[in-house]
Each structure stands twice: as C-alpha cells, then as structure tokens.
Design a protein. Structure first.
Length: 146
C-alpha cells in the first residue's frame, strides 16, 4: 500500500507471483501474466523479484523454523526395500553400474523432500559419447519424484 491507496493490479499480481515457491512454475506464470498485462516479462520479473526480497528466506539464520505436518504413509516403509525397488526399475531401462543406479535412486527419494533443505544436489547426467542412454534415464525419471 502506498499512502493508504490500494496497490495497482500489476503490483498485486507481482505479489501473487512472488508467493509461487517453485522457480520454474513462477517463471512460467510470470510469462503468462506479462502477456495478460501487456508488459515485458523482464519488467514483471524484476517487480516479482523485488517482492521476493520482502519474504523471509526459509532456513536463514534467525528465521523461524517451521515444520509442516505431513500425513504419514499408512504402513511402515522399509527404506532399503524402496531403494532396491527404484534401482530395479532403473535397471529395466539402463545398463549402469551399481553406484550410479544407487545415486539415481537416492536422488529420486530426495526429490520428495527437497523443499526441506536450503541446498540441493543436481543430478548431473553425462556420457562419454552421444547416444549412450541419457534420454533413456530421463524418461523414467520424468515419471518419478514429486
């Protein structure tokens, strides 16, 4: 609010967009809103980023620790069995070494809780030559995770 006056529609939209936690979803929404408001995406992004700074940074020193309540799975989950099942699924699509398959399986599990951490690992997929199966790994990965 500026001197008791309500925010303009574009400022209200910027504040709404700043509340979108997922950066990719926020960027997509900014593009759509920029077209709707007939403003440049860069200008709207700058406005949204300004409102992001108004929000507390999760996990920052001195910030409030908020632990959300999650509904637990109805039955106990055997983590080792779950990881082995994920590795077995990966091995259906690819011939990769055991350590790589385990790393991918752990990353899949991590994708369900990544928002609970300040830093996240990147699953860096490379190959020595073209056509070694990178896409064959990405296809099943796109159907897993949160």
């Amino acid at each position: 609010m500026n001197g008791g006056e309500p925010d303009s529609p574009i400022v209200q939209e910027s504040k709404r967009l700043a509340l979108i936690k997922n950066p990719a979803e926020r960027d997509q929404a900014i593009g759509i809103s920029a077209k709707n408001f007939k403003v440049s995406k860069a200008a709207l992004t700058q406005s949204v980023n300004g409102h992001l700074l108004d929000q507390p940074i999760k996990g920052a020193i001195g910030s409030e620790l908020v632990i959300e309540d999650y509904e637990p799975w109805p039955e106990p989950v055997a983590g080792d069995v779950l990881l082995n099942d994920i590795v077995a699924e990966i091995n259906k699509y690819l011939h990769i070494n055991e350590h790589a398959a385990n790393a991918v399986a752990i990353w899949v599990l991590y994708s369900y809780v990544f928002d609970q951490f300040v830093h996240s690992p990147i699953l860096y997929i490379t190959s020595p030559v073209k056509r070694c199966g990178k896409t064959n790994l990405l296809n099943p990965l796109s159907r897993t995770g949160e």
